[in-house]
Write a protein that binds this ligand. Structure first.
Ligand SMILES: Cc1cc2nc3c(=O)[nH]c(=O)nc-3n(C[C@H](O)[C@H](O)[C@H](O)COP(=O)(O)O)c2cc1C
Length: 180
């Protein structure tokens, strides 16, 4: 599968097949993709807590989601919480840590497409509860949770903004002009 194909096929499912468990090899490929993302000064601020195939960590992760998200995420064989370091190793504030965490998660999401899986980011969770349940230390912040598995629903195509609404030249708001 080409990168282009993975980008076009990616979408965020909300119904997963609980019988399609993930193999160790698949978990390795997903997390290794996350590991290889770019980051400021190669700091790699991301840390992942993952629950696989309905193990105890999976149950704990379900418990930090807001009820509406827990309801659909319960069937996803992989649940994760992405935690980011808010400081560089020398103690300076790490302004870009959320951006860098996002790069890592997208890498994981695209790898999932190649494996026939779909992932969905989950901002609706309780950060304080996550900190307590998983013992997240000072200097780290819960960034986003996510679910991943084989979709059990047809792909829903989300409308994306046209290029001229988001790509400019000269000045902010002046379309680059694709296809001129
Ligand atoms: C940071 C972030 C937080 C999100 N939080 C939630 C959430 O709490 N619940 C949910 O169902 N989807 C959540 N989503 C998924 C988005 O709704 C979804 O990515 C968006 O509708 C675009 O659809 P697509 O990913 O299929 O292109 C979140 C996505 C991101 C990137």
């Amino acid at each position: 599968m080409s990168v282009r194909e993975a980008i076009l096929q990616r979408w965020s499912a909300r119904k997963y097949d609980p019988n399609r468990l993930l193999t160790d090899e698949e978990i390795f490929l997903l997390m290794d993709a996350a590991r290889r993302a770019p980051s400021s000064y190669n700091t790699q601020p991301w840390r992942y807590i993952i629950g696989v195939n309905f193990d105890d960590t999976h149950k704990k992760l379900l418990g930090i989601l807001v009820p509406g998200n827990a309801e659909w995420a319960k069937d996803a064989p992989l649940l994760g919480l992405l935690v980011g370091s808010t400081k560089y190793p020398d103690g300076r504030p790490y302004r870009d840590y959320r951006n860098d965490c996002g790069m890592s998660l997208m890498s994981l999401f695209l790898q999932a497409v190649e494996l026939g899986l779909s992932c969905r980011a989950i901002g609706g969770f309780y950060p304080d509860r996550a900190r307590e349940v998983f013992g997240i230390p000072e200097g780290y912040e819960p960034v986003v949770a996510f679910a991943c598995g084989k979709p059990d629903e047809p792909k829903r195509e989300k409308e994306k903004k046209p290029l001229d609404e988001i790509v400019f030249r000269g000045k902010f708001g002046e379309p680059y002009g694709f296809g001129r």
